[in-house]
Design a protein around this ligand. Structure first.
Ligand code: HEM
Length: 137
């Protein structure tokens, strides 16, 4: 992930900094769930979620803020995420992973995240989304 050891004398901005901070993370997450809630291409993963997306929006915002290198809002509130275990009740296969990535990439486009940040962040998130897979197909 992001916190790799750095060569002495070099520094690298975090995704959180490259995105522009907490407001941008919030904006991307809001757009992500708006897309999931309305785009037929995401109907499969929308159906796995509760009718009310308020809590999912808040939790993904808090998680991604920390995961991108900002304040650890999720961990401060809920402790260790155990993300893969929390996804085990849901059938996450390749299609579900790809629907999740579709919503996230579209959300970043729609909120004006620029290259190369968009592609680099998408690649990093793909690693997490693929790790969530718990079903063949
Ligand atoms: C790969 C496809 C994925 C699917 C189908 C999926 C689906 C879900 C579902 C159904 C929930 C429960 C939401 C609810 O209570 O209504 C959830 C929770 C959550 N997901 Fe995912 N997810 C995926 C990938 C990811 C990824 C890549 C991340 C992080 C980068 C993520 C972060 C979270 C977080 C933080 C929660 C809240 C966990 C908690 O209850 O504390 N998910 N996800």
């Amino acid at each position: 992930m992001l916190n790799k050891p750095q060569e002495p004398g070099t520094s690298r901005a975090t995704f959180f900094e490259l995105l522009g901070g907490v407001e941008k993370v919030r904006e991307v997450v809001e757009r992500f769930y708006d897309i999931m809630d309305s785009d037929p291409r995401a109907a499969g993963i929308r159906a796995m979620h509760a009718a009310d997306l308020t809590e999912a929006r808040e939790k993904l915002f808090m998680f991604l803020t920390g995961w991108t290198g900002g304040p650890q809002l999720y961990i401060e509130r809920y402790g260790h995420p155990f993300l893969r275990a929390k996804h085990l009740p849901f059938p996450v296969d390749e299609s579900a992973r790809d629907q999740w990535m579709y919503c996230m990439i579209k959300a970043m486009h729609d909120t004006g995240v620029k290259e190369p940040v968009l592609t680099e962040l998408a690649e990093a998130l793909y690693g997490v989304a693929d790790f969530m897979r718990n079903r063949q197909g």
